[in-house]
Design a protein around this ligand. Structure first.
Ligand code: HEM
Length: 161
């Protein structure tokens, strides 16, 4: 595996279902390797499909008025914190988010899995979920020797759905 150390664990399940999802994930990566499909875009598109499911998991922890940037600013102390407590076998990444402008935030991502491509996909998927447009840039990346990945997210106009 070129991009992360261990196969990503299943996100929504535990026990047998978790193992089955883990196998599906390994198959997916094996298929990408076999067909020479680039893994980063695959990971991004995987991440992009997750937000509706992720939001449903811990809806009660997320305020109804929150939009893309708010969810990102609070995800660590809400959803990922709850995951760490309720699913001891899971290890979500550490996301430190801070506001750096009226419509701009910076997220520091750290994980031994180095799945910043999934993070970028999740951010895109979140913005789609809220009908917003975002621009994501990455000034430091673990795949380019950084100790963490630093993502800047700028929210733009609200799209009419
Ligand atoms: C909104 C609610 C969210 C929930 C309920 C949630 C939950 C989870 C869970 C259960 C995992 C799997 C951990 C494991 O099995 O070891 C995970 C992994 C992950 N999460 Fe979240 N998450 C949420 C939001 C986000 C957001 C907004 C981002 C990105 C900015 C993010 C980035 C990631 C990434 C990249 C992983 C892959 C594992 C890794 O990097 O080590 N998550 N999340």
């Amino acid at each position: 595996m070129r991009f992360f150390g261990d196969p990503m664990q299943a996100i929504f399940a535990s026990g047998r279902e978790r193992q089955a999802q883990q196998r599906r994930w390994q198959d997916l990566v094996a298929a990408a390797n076999a067909t020479s499909q680039a893994i980063p875009p695959l990971l991004e598109s995987f991440g992009e499909h997750l937000p509706p499911h992720l939001m449903a998991m811990y809806r009660h922890l997320l305020k109804p008025a929150w939009r893309t940037l708010d969810v990102l600013l609070h995800v660590e102390e809400t959803a990922h914190r709850a995951v760490r407590i309720e699913q001891p076998e899971a290890s979500p990444p550490y996301l430190e988010a801070k506001r750096t402008g009226e419509s701009q935030i910076e997220i520091s991502y750290t994980s031994s899995r180095r799945l910043c491509h999934v993070a970028k996909g999740i951010i895109r998927g979140l913005s789609r979920h809220f009908g917003e447009q975002v621009t994501i840039s990455e000034s430091t990346c673990m795949h380019r020797g950084g100790a963490r990945c630093l993502l800047t997210v700028i929210a733009g106009v609200r799209l009419s759905l």
